[in-house]
Design a protein around this ligand. Structure first.
Ligand code: BES
Ligand code: MN
Ligand code: ZN
Length: 493
């Protein structure tokens, strides 16, 4: 369900709405701006705060039901110590959107003290993120028992004029991330490489961007044997998708955003165990992140050039599949020994990274659900970050932190490179048992255009979750949209 967001000023106590979320920090005096609302509630709001029934702690919430005029319900939400206003408002607003959606109200408002500028962006984005759900395949109950979806949310700001730009940005990033999460959540039989290509074309059409889609025949002509090896076992047409956003000066080197788009990864001949294999529909999360980021960037009209590059296929066992032991030559001329067909993401990205050279990018960031080892190392809380340029890495880590999608660096030392030295070819597509996330990144590095700063994001643990993460329900998280957007915004004029 889509959500219409707006921003307005005014007294939170005098707004006619079925629900108002009121975000408060720990400690501090009870806000004067809540005097009318508190009075309408017979003083129970200030009383709950005074008694310590509501402390304002991070993720804390308390629902109060009113009577008479003004908001029919008040949902108190904790901001914690509120030291990072952007992060704490984003989190509280996400929880507000999630709870509002669950309560079954059609409309809600969000208030926090002195909500202006950046914090309005955080609030708008949070409401958009929190209210996201995916009900396409649920048969709807009869109209009378149907819960009302949250379709409208209002951010109450202390400076509406001064926060207009921030509000628009929050909505844009929210919409981009909603697109990403939807693509992630769609099953593999619907979200195919062809579907991702159509989505890219749709984004291009709506924002007047250039989109190019290459299929199996084109990949053959471009000598992308590595990418084609992965696609050898599937009857679906693999797609190399290129989406160009030109908001910067003509001739300015673009930022390249590269995504792994495995619409299903069975492992191929090196097949995965049945348990949990269904999660491999999420193996296109990097690609979904590229599309969502470009959707957001185009809505924000950022003054920067960006090229999105996606390698999409499925990895299937069949009589035509690649086999362990096969050797292929990637489009940059390097030869690869394929020792495990389940290490397929790097084979796809090898040719996509090599292809990016023609855009002479100022920087490349790729995102891929690349290794199970990354989930073992960092769990669901941090994206694995690897690079050939530590300055760029610092820039990406800062962008990721700002977006609330923290990353953590892993070393790219020469010792690890030994592990993927080929026996009969230049390089092997797997290392040994240890350091699987790093050897995968070192494999990718071989295909990055020479001299181009590059950062690799292993989002295997952060793109989706198998359990509820408090503000985000189980399922797709939308990572790495925010990281991409914050990075590109930082590069805009
Ligand atoms: N898509 C998987 C990685 C993955 C695993 C993502 C679990 C999310 C959760 C990737 O293609 C893969 O299968 N990697 C192998 C590499 C191995 C064969 C060297 C892995 O991690 O097991
Ligand atoms: Mn795999
Ligand atoms: Zn994979």
């Amino acid at each position: 369900m889509s959500i219409a967001l707006s921003v307005r000023g005014g007294d939170p106590g005098r707004i006619a709405t079925p629900l108002i979320a009121v975000a408060l920090p720990t400690g501090g005096a009870f806000p004067r701006a809540l005097t009318a609302l508190d009075a309408a509630y017979g003083g129970v709001i200030s009383k709950a705060v005074k008694n310590g029934d509501f402390k304002g702690a991070k993720d804390e919430s308390l629902l109060l039901v009113g009577h008479g005029r003004g908001p029919a319900r008040v949902l108190l939400l904790g901001l914690g110590d509120g030291s990072d206003a952007y992060a704490s408002v984003m989190r509280a607003a996400t929880l507000a959107g999630r709870k509002g959606n669950a309560l079954g109200v059609r409309r809600m408002a969000f208030w926090a003290e002195r909500l202006a500028g950046d914090a309005v962006e955080a609030a708008a984005f949070g409401l958009s993120r929190g209210s996201w759900d995916f009900t396409d395949y649920k048969t709807q109950p009869a109209a009378k028992d149907r819960p009302k979806p949250l379709t409208e949310a209002v951010v109450i700001s202390s400076d509406v004029r001064g926060s207009r730009g921030a509000f628009v940005a929050g909505v844009a990033i929210g919409e981009g991330q909603r697109l990403t999460r939807r693509l992630q959540q769609l099953p593999g039989n619907v979200c195919t490489p062809e579907y991702l290509a159509r989505t890219a074309r749709d984004i291009a059409k709506r924002h007047r961007l250039r989109a190019q889609v290459f299929g199996r025949r084109d990949l053959k002509r471009m000598k992308m044997e590595s990418f084609l090896a992965v696609a050898a076992g599937t009857p679906q047409d693999p797609k190399l998708i290129v989406l160009e956003y030109r908001g910067g000066r003509r001739g300015d080197a673009p930022v390249a955003l590269v995504g792994k788009g495995l619409c299903f990864d069975s492992g191929g001949i090196s097949i995965k165990p049945a348990q949990g294999m269904e999660m491999m529909k999420y193996d296109m999360s990097g690609a979904a992140g590229v599309l969502g980021a470009i959707e957001a960037i185009a809505r924000m009209k950022l003054r920067v050039n960006v090229v999105g590059l996606i390698g999409s296929t499925t990895n299937m066992p069949s009589g035509t599949s690649m086999n362990p032991g096969d050797v292929v030559t990637a489009s940059n001329g390097k030869t690869i020994e394929i020792l495990n067909t389940d290490a397929e993401g790097r084979l796809v990205l090898a040719d996509v990274l090599a292809y990016s050279a023609r855009f002479k990018p100022a920087a490349i960031i790729d995102a891929a659900t690349l290794t199970g080892a990354c989930v073992i190392a960092l769990g669901n809380s941090a994206t694995g970050v690897m690079t050939n340029d530590e300055r760029l890495q610092d820039e990406v880590l800062a962008a990721a932190r700002r977006g609330g999608e923290p990353g953590w660096p892993l070393p790219m030392w020469d010792d690890y490179r030994e592990m993927i030295k080929g026996d009969i070819a230049d390089i092997k597509n797997i290392g040994g048992r240890g350091a699987g996330t790093i050897t995968a990144a070192l494999f990718l590095r071989e295909f990055v255009p020479t001299g181009t700063p590059w950062v690799h994001l292993d989002i295997a643990g952060t793109a989706y979750s198998e359990s509820d993460l408090t503000v985000i329900p189980k399922g797709p998280t939308g990572v790495p949209v925010r990281t991409f957007v914050e990075f590109v915004r930082g590069r805009a004029r």
